[in-house]
Ligand binder design. Structure first.
Ligand SMILES: [Zn+2]
Length: 200
């Protein structure tokens, strides 16, 4: 059962972010954009990500944070290294995660997507608990919203973004979802998810 009230999932710990807006014409999300983030990069387990998404990050707490001062960003969800799920923005609203982006000829992915951050670093591996939690989240979202595709930030903002990066094993995710390969348009052998276990 997937409790879902006004776009908030019961299964996620809720930390409301002020960084969101309305979706145009109350559009229902049809795309999922996967990201990776860690603050500072490569350091896991602290509260800096939730502080960033709620505009409470102290720019003096770490040299890397200075450049983030005044940045107003958010994602709908964060999957921590241990698989814990946090939600910052209602799926009915528009989170600020993808920036300048385009998918299948349509710009501004934030308008029609759900953004999911994985705690991690581009090029590094992710935890089995994260694939497990992400798969469960995607299954729950697809029961509620007309999700038609799952992509990486690197796919919708090429040349500008590289996350979640080569350390993210798409095959690990696909192996947990009996979804058609057409749901993953940027994977090379997109025929059927059951054949995708060995995609690097
Ligand atoms: Zn990203």
């Amino acid at each position: 059962m997937n409790g879902n009230h006004a776009g908030w999932l019961d299964r996620a710990r809720r930390i409301a972010s002020p960084n969101f807006g309305s979706r145009p014409s109350a559009e229902r999300p049809s795309l999922v954009v996967l990201h990776s983030i860690s603050l500072p990069p490569g350091v896991y387990g602290g509260d800096a990500i939730e502080r960033l998404f709620t505009n409470r990050l102290d720019p003096r707490a770490h040299p890397y944070f200075e450049a983030l001062e005044g940045l107003q960003v958010s994602a709908h969800f964060l999957v921590r290294r241990d698989g814990e799920l946090l939600q910052f923005v209602s799926c009915l609203d528009r989170a600020w995660h993808a920036g300048r982006s385009s998918f299948q000829g349509r710009d501004n992915c934030n308008d029609y997507s759900i953004g999911i951050e994985l705690e991690g670093l581009e090029g590094e591996r992710f935890e089995p608990a994260q694939y497990e939690a992400l798969a469960g989240l995607l299954l729950a979202l697809r029961e509620i919203y007309p999700i038609a595709a799952v992509v990486g930030h690197e796919h919708v903002a090429p040349g500008r973004k590289v996350d979640p990066g080569p350390g993210f094993a798409w095959g690990e995710l696909l192996a947990r979802l009996a979804w058609p390969g057409t749901m993953f348009p940027f994977l090379s052998s997109a025929t059927d998810a059951r054949d995708a276990r060995d995609i690097p």
